[in-house]
Structures are given as C-alpha cells and as structure tokens.
Design a protein around this ligand. Structure first.
Ligand code: A3P
Length: 293
C-alpha cells in the first residue's frame, strides 16, 4: 500500500520498531495475563471478542462488547499501549489483563515466555489472509482502488517473499506452532477455519485452556451459544459501535468485511495458489503444521 516496512531481526515491521523495543524492555507479564497473538487479518478481532466474553461472562462487563469495538476492549501492545509513557510497564491495568500483539513468538518480551501467562495464537489460510489484508489497506488508504491484475501479481510476489507487515507469514505461524508444541499448556494454537467450523467447541476449548471452564449449569443455560452469537461476524458487524468511527487511523468497520473461508478464489489464480502452496509445504515440512488451501 506504499507505506514503508522496516526489516528487523528477519521480520518486516510496519514502523513499530520503537514500540517493539519499548515493549521488550518494559513490559512485565503477570501470571494471570492473557496474550492474544496473530498475524494481521487472521481473526484477531473475533478472538478478542470471544476471549473478552469468556473471561467476563459472569460480570456485567460482557455488555461492554455491544458498546465498544473489540480492539478497544483488548488493546494491542505495539499499537495502543506503547503510548503509556508514564506507566510503560502497564502494571496499573486491572487483572486479568488481556492484551494482543502481532509480534512473532521469538520476539515476544521475555516475561511473556517466562511467566505463567497464557498465549493464544490464531492463524488463517495465508491466501485468505492476503486478500483480507489487501482490502483492509484499500479501505484505510485514500486511494480509489481499482488496480489491474498485474499489480495484484506484484503484491502477491512480495507476499511470497515475505515482504508484508510482520512477515514472512509462514515463519510467524511456525514460530507459534513450535512454541505450542514446546508447551501445550502455555500456547494454544487455533485456526480461523476450525473456529468457523465449530465455534462452540472452540469457545469451550479456549475457556478450558484459560482456566475459565464452563460449568454444567452454564452449558445447560446456553451460555456458550450466547457467546458464540454475541461474537459472531453478523452480530459484531451490525453493531452501531462497529459501523462508524475510527481507532487511530483505522476505520472500525474495516475489521468486518466478509468473514468467509476461501474468498481468495475470487481474486487469485490457481497458479498463484500453487506457487504459495509449494512454498508453504517446503517451509512446513516435518513440522506437523499444514493448511489445506
Ligand atoms: P475478511 O477480510 O476475509 O472478511 P483481523 O481481526 O485479524 O484483523 O482479521 C479480519 C478478518 O476477520 C476479516 O476477514 C474480517 O471480516 C474477519 N472477522 C472479523 N470479525 C469476525 C467474526 N466475528 N467472525 C468471523 N470473522 C470475522
């Protein structure tokens, strides 16, 4: 989209190097913290809404989801919180603190890896991520976009080379995958497509992982289904709070586009998909991680 990226420690960052260094230096994770991690456009907003609802379900706070965008309830370490110059360690926020970040696993502040805090990672079919990201930037930049295919081709070429905010995407996924395999109780690894397929199952899984399991009584009362409905794409997209206004320079509405699996087929050719698939297969070989494109 024309904005500069900076390569640091093998990762392409969208000019968040100063916040990154600041967070690495000052952020002190607490054992009760919950850190939601993702590659951009992989379902971060959805995961924020779900986690916030699960953790706050016995509290009136859950209704905050209807009056706030999920990104206002769960701030990004590198975009939102770095501005807390007076309290850079963020100890003043009440517990359990829920934060999010796109920072790769290997670059997380040490205290996140060393404390008992929980990390949830969500990823997505990289081709859907690519298309979602393209729309997100078109929506948030002033250009009137109707670019011919060769430019899409050019963007895609860069994507395959890893030149993308927080890219390369396969390294990002592998980093969290390895972190998950190293400590299953510490890092939960989720896929957007699985969440779509069985949301209720994953709400239970997230709740159990975080130490907030549902009681039999809650299950009977339909609490899981209610959380699923509250956080659904249709519900969030149609909330007044998500239709207008901005978070920083980003339109709140741009976090809710189609919410579908496989939208890439409307934009990318089979040859492009094959190119990415081959690259991904060789990257993931032997890791146990895979994506059906
Ligand atoms: P699309 O552009 O394919 O529609 P992120 O939250 O990481 O920025 O990712 C945004 C993507 O997640 C967008 O995908 C958006 O529409 C989708 N999304 C947002 N909220 C969702 C929800 N509640 N359920 C499913 N998908 C959602």
């Amino acid at each position: 989209d024309g904005r500069p990226l900076v390569k640091y420690d093998g990762v392409w960052y969208p000019l968040v190097i100063r916040p990154l260094l600041s967070i690495q230096k000052y952020f002190k994770a607490k054992d009760s913290d919950i850190i939601l991690t993702s590659f951009p456009k992989s379902g971060t907003t959805w995961l924020k809404a779900l986690t916030f609802s699960i953790v706050n379900r016995n509290d009136l706070n859950i209704s905050l989801l209807t009056s706030n965008n999920p990104h206002e309830l769960v701030p990004f370490l590198e975009f939102d919180l770095y501005l807390h110059q007076e309290n850079p360690d963020l100890q003043h926020i009440s517990c359990p603190r829920i934060f999010s970040t796109h920072i790769p696993f290997k670059s997380l502040p040490e205290s996140i890896r060393e404390s008992e805090c929980k990390v949830i990672y969500i990823c997505r079919n990289p081709l859907d991520q690519f298309i979602s990201h393209l729309h997100f930037f078109l929506e948030n930049t002033k250009t009137n976009y109707s670019r011919p295919l060769f430019e899409l081709d050019e963007y895609f070429g860069m994507y395959c080379q890893g030149i993308h905010p927080f890219g390369p995407i396969c390294d990002h996924m592998l980093g969290y995958w390895d972190g998950h395999l190293e400590n299953l109780n510490k890092v939960l690894f989720l896929k957007y497509e699985d969440l779509k397929q069985d949301t209720a199952f994953h709400i239970k899984k997230i709740a159990g992982f975080l130490g907030y399991p549902f009681s039999v009584e809650e299950e009977k009362q339909g609490v899981i289904e209610e959380i699923s409905r509250l956080c659904s794409f249709e519900n969030l997209k149609n909330l007044e709070v998500n239709k207008t206004g901005h978070i920083g320079v980003v339109k709140k509405s741009s976090f809710f586009r189609k919410g579908e699996v496989g939208d890439w087929t409307n934009y990318l050719t089979p040859a492009m998909a094959e190119r990415f698939e081959n690259m991904m297969e060789s990257k993931f070989e032997g890791s146990g991680l895979m994506f059906n494109i």
